[in-house]
Design a protein around this ligand. Structure first.
Ligand code: PGA
Length: 251
């Protein structure tokens, strides 16, 4: 059976000390609680090692928000998948719309990042999702399918099993405007059907598909009640313990 996952994406927020405080606060809040979902926190690179050392990573897995598309060498400023793994991180978020838009990450670049992440033993949260213009033109299904085909459908079924999909409509990210649970369910079911066409029903049923885009404690219960929504990738509401725990509690 597929896992429920609540994953935080801190983006470019929190100094090291602030991040450590947040991670430790979350660790304390979840201590001794039995959870119905896996919990992941996606921190900036510089926080990874300290956060991983400061919390119970069996309860809260640590994730990077990016990794390089090259294995090693003369790539000033880059951080490789092997380096991420060496910090104690278990996951990496790849293909976020902010990376695609602001840092010009193409499907080909993302394909390389995914391969390097998997080769270095990281699990991948792979983000897909349409812009407002694409939604208004009713192209959301085609966009999501193309993003899967462009960067992860080259994988073997065994490797694809290490991928979690995050559907994040760009128009809902950080805008306070959430997809309705019916809108999200409809496209999640479509995404699962595309995975089933490629890898078969069993792989598709075992793939966790997270919703992202202004997910918070108030809308998480309804979103997570849908059969094809297996959790959330959370930006703004992952930046304090109370808001993030309210989403975890939705499971
Ligand atoms: P948001 O961000 O929850 O702040 O909308 C989600 C994301 O971009 O992962």
């Amino acid at each position: 059976m597929r896992k429920n996952i609540v994953a935080g994406n801190w983006k470019m927020n929190k100094t090291l000390q602030e991040g450590l405080d947040l991670a430790k606060g979350l660790d304390a809040a979840l201590k001794g609680k039995s959870l119905n979902c896996d919990v992941v926190i996606g921190t900036p690179f510089i926080h990874l090692a300290s956060v991983a050392a400061a919390i119970d990573t069996k309860k809260i897995a640590v994730s990077a928000q990016n990794c390089a598309d090259k294995a090693s060498g003369a790539y000033t400023g880059e951080v490789s998948a092997a380096m991420v793994k060496s910090t104690g991180a278990e996951y990496v978020i790849l293909g976020h719309s902010e990376r695609r838009e602001y840092y010009h990450e193409t499907p080909e670049i993302l394909k390389e990042k995914v391969l390097l992440a998997l080769a270095n033993g990281l699990k991948v949260i792979f983000c897909i999702g349409e812009s407002l213009a694409e939604r208004e033109a009713n192209k959301q299904n085609a966009v999501c399918k193309a993003e899967l085909e462009g960067s992860v459908f080259n994988l073997s079924a065994e490797d694809f099993a290490k991928i979690t999909i995050a559907y994040e409509p760009i128009w809902a990210i950080g805008t306070g405007k959430t997809a309705t649970s019916d809108q999200a369910e409809e496209i999640h079911a479509y995404i699962r059907s595309v995975i089933a066409d490629k890898y078969g029903k069993e792989v598709a049923e075992n793939t966790s598909i997270l919703y992202g885009g202004s997910c918070k404690g108030s809308n998480a219960p309804e979103l997570f009640s849908k059969p094809n929504i297996d959790g959330g990738l959370i930006g703004g509401a992952s930046l304090n313990v109370e808001d993030f725990c309210a989403i975890i509690k939705a499971f």
